[in-house]
Design a protein around this ligand. Structure first.
Ligand code: NAD
Length: 299
């Protein structure tokens, strides 16, 4: 029987890791966190404020609640300290298979034997990471969406040997922090809703990069159609274009289909450092992107 999750460790406190740590801490869990960059948590917290303002969505936690949750997260100077007594460890480092395998190998040696190890990867199935550990039965994908943009859902997917108890414990924990688990029954790249979103993103990127349409018109269409306050390009800026590019490359390396290769124009933006909200410039410029202006949908 798995022990009840009480202490959570988060490794990598960038855009998503910081949100996960704060959400868990706000809902009463003891949370410790570690990042190579000592300032990443603080920087991510600042970005959440900008993202919330730009999205026009109701965040899972208000800015005040985010601050409250953040105060209780214990920021550690090394991974060992963060993993001490953890019942659940969530990895949220950049989207790179060898990096994630390396982190999982270390987590396996540092976290208690009974601890569940979860990856927040956007595209890498846990079946590709689990063998870096001696506990594949306790490994799973736990893919969060942008909590700061009100997306309180989490894809849950097991690997080749994940025990049902591990999946169930993951789902129960996700519910306990105010999120909805979306369970994947059979391994598929992209998990549940993320794969649907990815199909939209790929099409939008190619239509823009191949010169068929201006990206703003795709965003306008999306915003009018769905009633949302941000289109696919505005949202990709919020995610980070380096992250988007990395995810698209994972799909391409899996399928080898040229239509899955992310456009060179996207790569050029990443190389220039135009990474979206976190860099102050991506498809739009921040903190006041064009799509927020009152006449954006009237032009
Ligand atoms: P990010 O670049 O904002 O943050 C990654 C953090 O990991 C950085 O702070 C970096 O300093 C840290 N890091 C790098 N190497 C490390 C190491 N060896 N040890 C500890 N920390 C290390 O990236 P992100 O957007 O938060 O993405 C992280 C993961 O979450 C990726 O797998 C991504 O696919 C996934 N994800 C991202 C989003 C999103 O909207 N950005 C959504 C869902 C899932």
């Amino acid at each position: 029987m798995d022990r009840k999750i009480q202490k959570v460790a988060v490794v990598g406190t960038g855009t998503l890791g910081a949100q996960i740590a704060i959400q868990a801490s706000f809902y009463g869990y003891e949370v410790s966190a570690y990042d190579l960059d000592e300032r990443s948590f603080e920087k991510a917290l600042k970005r959440m404020k900008v993202r919330i303002e730009n999205s026009g969505r109701t965040p899972t936690l208000s800015v005040e609640e985010l601050k409250e949750g953040a105060k209780k997260v214990k920021l550690c100077l090394d991974m060992e300290e963060a993993c001490l007594d953890a019942d659940l460890v969530i990895e949220a480092v950049p989207e790179n298979l060898s990096l994630k395998r390396n982190i999982f190998q270390r987590l396996d040696s540092l976290a208690p034997r009974e601890a569940i190890l979860a990856s927040n990867s956007s595209s890498i199935p846990i079946s590709k990471i689990e063998s870096a550990t001696t506990r594949p039965e306790k490994c799973l994908n736990m893919h969060f969406y942008s909590l700061d943009l009100g997306r309180n859902m989490v894809d849950i997917m097991g690997g080749t040997r994940t025990r049902t108890e591990t999946i169930d414990a993951g789902k129960e924990w996700v519910r306990s922090i105010g999120c909805v688990p979306l369970t994947v029954k059979k391994e598929i790249l992209g998990f549940c809703f993320n794969r649907v979103w990815r199909a939209i993103k790929r099409e939008a990127l190619h239509m823009w990069a191949d010169g068929f349409v201006d990206f703003r018109d795709i965003d306008r269409g999306w915003m009018i159609w769905t009633g949302m306050s941000q289109g696919p390009f505005g949202f990709m800026d919020a995610v980070g274009l380096d992250v988007v590019y990395g995810i698209e490359m994972i799909y391409y390396s899996e399928s080898k289909k040229p239509t899955d290769h992310p456009p060179e124009a996207l790569k050029a933006m990443v190389d220039r450092g135009d990474l979206g909200v976190k860099a102050g410039k991506g498809f739009y410029t921040y903190p006041n992107p064009e799509y927020k202006s009152s006449d954006f949908l009237k032009r």
